[in-house]
Design a protein around this ligand. Sequence first.
Ligand code: MCA
Length: 557
Amino acid sequence: MDAADIAAGRERWQRRYDASRKREADFTTLSGSPVDPVYGPPGGAAYPGFSRIGWPGEFPYTRGLYPTGYRGRTWTIRQFAGFGNAQQTNERYKMILAAGGGGLSVAFDMPTLMGRDSDEPQSLGEVGHCGVAIDSAADMDVLFDGIKLQDVTTSMTISGPAVPIFCMYLVAAERQGADLSRLDGTLQTDIFKEYIAQKEWLFAPEPHLRLIGDLMEYCAREIPKYKPLSVSGYHIREAGSTAAQELAYTLADGFGYVELGLSRGLDVNQFAPGLSFFFDAHIDFFEEIAKFRAARRIWARHLRDDYGATSEKALWLKFHTQTAGVSLTAQQPVNNVVRTAVEALAAVLGGTNSLHTNALDETLALPTDESAEIALRTQQVLMEETGVVNVADPLGGSWYVEALTDRIEAEAEEIFARIRELGSDGSVTAGILRGIEDGWFTANIAEAAFVYQQALEKDEKRIVGVNAHTGTVAKELEIMRVSHEVEVVQRRELGDRRASRDPVRVRAALDRLVSVARTDENMISVMLEAARAEATLGEICGALKGEWGIYREPARF
Ligand SMILES: C[C@H](C(=O)O)C(=O)SCCNC(=O)CCNC(=O)[C@H](O)C(C)(C)COP(=O)(O)OP(=O)(O)OC[C@H]1O[C@@H](n2cnc3c(N)ncnc32)[C@H](O)[C@@H]1OP(=O)(O)O
């Protein structure tokens, strides 16, 4: 790009910056020197390839979505939390909000993630352990008691039974008297990554995609701010993929959901803003920053060129980031605070919209109150003290970071081409489905994990406390344990709740759900009715499994 174009771009950015709202804050260095909101090539200099970098708030959004960067609004501090029963988790949420958390993020226990009730035999020993136990809309009432759902953005991390859980959340909001059309939040819902990495599905892909299509349609029409999908690379990375695989598989999954929306006749400009993303921030600082920058650029280009999006919000890739759980070590666990801070900084320099920082003890158990607070404070130190919020995309133009951004983008493009080839009709969706069926994704991730593990065992890669600097004076940590009493009480209360419902209403709602499942009608309103009747998650999912069957992954060696 020649110098005149760069100067014109800078002026355009300046006009948009001037017209945007900025936070009331001191945007100087610690020593009091003023800093510009963004930096670019020095005046009068040409810069080949600058159109790939550009200015914040402009296509291709490499440098962020907003002309103001974090001067307009800082990222959302969104700590993923949930344990025990709804009441215990409600207390943790109130603590997070009181300590300065900006949004909520619900972690469910394993039975809930698998669409089971707390009193099913497979749930035994798991109730309330890795998240909160939710059996019906009444638990949602308790979970959000005293928290106005209309005023707080709430993310729910669940994919197999995402839609019934969403309906229970809507019912809880209804019972609070909220205007449902104003709700804002995110539901994970991303079933592709379940088959690829996380392995928490209920049915085969087709019925899941039908439900997701219904959800996308419903949200685009009824709750325009709500994000029905959080397309997730996190679990892919945590399963052992490389950064480029994480990026490419996740964006390919995102393209799959765009193709799903289009196949339902929806307007891409209307539903694409509801697709949000979720990435891992691993420990290789610059590679991660490059990954985030490349993600925005790739998404905007493909949405515009392949899928016909024209509105700015449809081109935006917005993402949540969680620091890498797999980078935490059980050895010398206090060092995990340092790892998390570095990873969180990479996410921020990559322009994350929302962030979870892991607690130092998360490799051992769910966080204690104290470790959860340290994790939250880590974000606040970055946000309040370091000055990283003053300048948008501060690493833009770094030769190293730009080269890494280009490289990871090129790797991702090669992977997209391979995925399209896997399918029969050239669509990304057909390629994903074929890749799932053939175990292609799983095998590639396993191979990458194996290569890394070998490098670790040969000491080519080093982890402090694990294969380097292992001597320590560290004492064992006190970890949080969820009492077995939680399961006993949850099961008892579920029994009482079942006994006090109107059984005819519940039966009728479940029968209607199954009959609508046999048609092309949107299923959300009948599922809402089941949730209002206090049908349980296990009953709703069980009725649908009866209709659609369950999915078993083909065995592979
Ligand atoms: C590992 C674990 C497990 O499996 O166990 C998990 O999965 S945990 C997974 C946990 N997952 C999550 O928690 C997912 C979280 N995701 C989200 O919260 C969302 O999808 C998100 C990534 C889009 C972030 O949403 P958010 O509400 O926090 O933040 P946004 O970026 O949308 O910002 C909020 C509003 O401020 C506006 N805004 C933001 N920045 C600016 C700026 N500089 N200038 C002007 N306006 C701005 C936005 O446009 C938006 O308004 P407007 O809306 O009017 O445009």
